[in-house]
Design a protein around this ligand. Structure first.
Ligand code: GLU
Length: 504
């Protein structure tokens, strides 16, 4: 049977990169195994709903190139895929559990629950609604049947709680962690359904995974504590459970704890795929896209945070990742985020991209600077500078002088390279270069070298002063290639201006 997997985010804010990695692993698994990946929006907790989060999630995956086969925004035969639109469907399932003795109605008011908590605290204990305490509470296990009927009929608030059998070892089989065993006495009778008509995450998640024929649940380690309840719910419904794989946490760069929302902007890297503007706090958090990462680099980096292909290969396209992916190579240990690694991946992907593909990014930067030029010129400049870029916005800093002539010259470079008489020598060289018709960079190189040799000049001095005249500083790519790309007319103007401005 072809696997069916899902990514099931709750629209409570922007998608953390840990969530992106979860979606990526689901995607790789589905593609590798000719399976189906669906996007389900789990929005049953209306109090945590955040405006714009769902649109953000969809846009982020479009940018990253993770395509869903079914789900919100796509459709499919198991829809609707947004839980709030499935609301009416869950109640009968909650009732079925009550009727079968796997759950019960609880009517305890917030005050009654609070009193129980306080009472436990006074004995230095924590209150838990469970097999030990439930018979002392106000629920359908302790009230006479008629009273339960009456309370339900009169519209009294209630919740449906799961009824764990006492002292039962619950076995969770995890594809990454092996077998995990938890005793039911440690677990509280989780709320599954509320009288406002909304299921909680647990009930909706299990019902939907079943109805949507999910075969593998691949999700973050933070859901492992919920897995025993989920295993029990499948048992209670008499359904076959999917296979579980709980992914290792993404850790802070120093390995001390989970990578949190706040870490990114504090430590200088984004933790969200796209920039996020929080509608409530007004706060803006940076995103990989806006920081100048290429989506391919983000995908490659995330794939290796918790998984490896079994050798030391690091650069892998999406197709290669799909080909190599397997759940048994996912590690149990948390994966440390590394900014240096992120930078390295991005640099490598910029290098790999043909200039024409980078063009739209750099065109945007040039537009912002009010610069126009031909595509040919932009591409030629790109090829010359791309090995100096870690992030797309580095382009201006590394290549701005190709588009705007320098008006100032780096004083330190001048001090070192520009001596009395330098202007005269540059005038001679300029004349020589302008005389090469049509311009030929190898010829130019040979002529200048010959001139240096014939006049017994200092090579570093001459070449660097020419460079300063063109660039404004003593940096940049190979001199004659740069002159060739910039064009001899432009170079001539720059040299003349430098001689005039520096004027030693
Ligand atoms: N809605 C849950 C979340 O926000 C889904 C967890 C799961 O995959 O079961 O992560």
């Amino acid at each position: 049977m072809n696997p069916r997997v899902r990514f099931a985010p709750s629209p409570t804010g922007p998608l953390h990169i840990g969530g992106v990695r979860t979606a990526l692993y689901n995607y790789l698994f589905a593609k590798k195994n000719n399976g189906t990946l669906l996007l389900r929006i789990e929005d049953t907790d209306q109090t945590r709903f955040v405006e714009g989060a769902e649109e953000y999630i969809i846009e982020a995956f479009q940018w990253l190139g993770i395509a869903f086969d079914e789900g919100v925004g796509i459709g499919g035969e198991y829809g609707p895929y947004k839980q709030s639109e499935r609301k009416a469907l869950y109640k009968p399932y909650a009732e079925q559990l009550v009727n079968d003795g796997w759950a019960y109605y609880a009517f305890d008011t917030p005050e009654q629950l609070d009193a129980k908590r306080k009472e436990a605290e006074s004995q230095k204990k924590t209150f838990q609604y469970d097999a030990n305490t439930r018979m002392g509470m106000v629920n359908s296990l302790t009230l006479p049947a008629e009273e339960v009927e009456q309370r339900l009929a009169s519209g009294e608030h209630y919740v449906v709680r799961f009824k764990y059998p006492a002292n039962l070892d619950i076995h969770v089989q995890d594809l990454i962690r092996g077998e995990v065993v938890i005793n039911s006495n440690l677990l509280d009778d989780k709320v599954l359904y509320k009288s406002d008509g909304m299921p909680t995450y647990h009930l909706a998640n299990i019902v939907d995974d079943h109805l949507m024929k999910i075969t593998h649940v691949i999700r973050g380690e933070e859901w492992l504590p919920s897995a025993p309840l989920h295993v029990m719910l499948y048992k209670a419904f008499g359904w076959e459970a999917p296979q579980f794989a709980h992914l290792p946490l993404l850790l802070k760069p120093d390995g001390n704890g989970k990578l949190s929302k706040r870490d990114g902007d504090r430590l200088g890297f984004p933790v969200f795929p796209l920039q996020w503007h929080d509608p409530k706090s007004g706060e803006t958090s940076s995103g990989y896209r806006e920081s100048g990462y290429l989506p391919e680099a983000v995908i490659n980096m995330l794939a290796l945070l918790g998984w490896n292909p079994g050798n030391d290969q690091e650069l892998m396209s999406m197709d290669e990742l799909i080909n190599l992916f397997s759940i048994d190579k996912i590690s149990k240990a948390g994966a440390k985020f590394s900014l240096d690694k992120a930078k390295w991946f991005n640099h490598e992907y910029i290098l790999m991209k043909p200039a024409a593909e980078l063009r739209p990014h750099f065109r945007k930067i040039l537009d912002e600077k009010g610069v126009t030029c031909s595509d040919e010129y932009l591409d030629a400049v790109t090829d010359l500078v791309k090995d100096r870029l870690n992030f797309l916005p580095d382009f201006w800093e590394q290549a701005g002088y190709f588009f705007v002539a320098p008006t100032e010259y780096d004083p330190q470079a001048l001090k070192k390279r520009w001596k009395e008489g330098t202007g005269e020598k540059l005038r001679v060289i300029d004349e020589m270069l302008c005389g090469i018709q049509p311009f030929d960079k190898d010829k130019a190189h040979d002529m200048v070298m010959q001139y240096i040799q014939d006049n017994e000049l200092n090579m570093g001095q001459v070449l660097n002063s020419l460079r300063i005249a063109i660039v404004g500083t003593a940096r940049g790519p190979e001199l004659f290639t740069m002159i060739d790309v910039m064009g001899i007319e432009e170079v001539h103007k720059r040299v003349m201006r430098a001689i005039e401005v520096v004027n030693l």
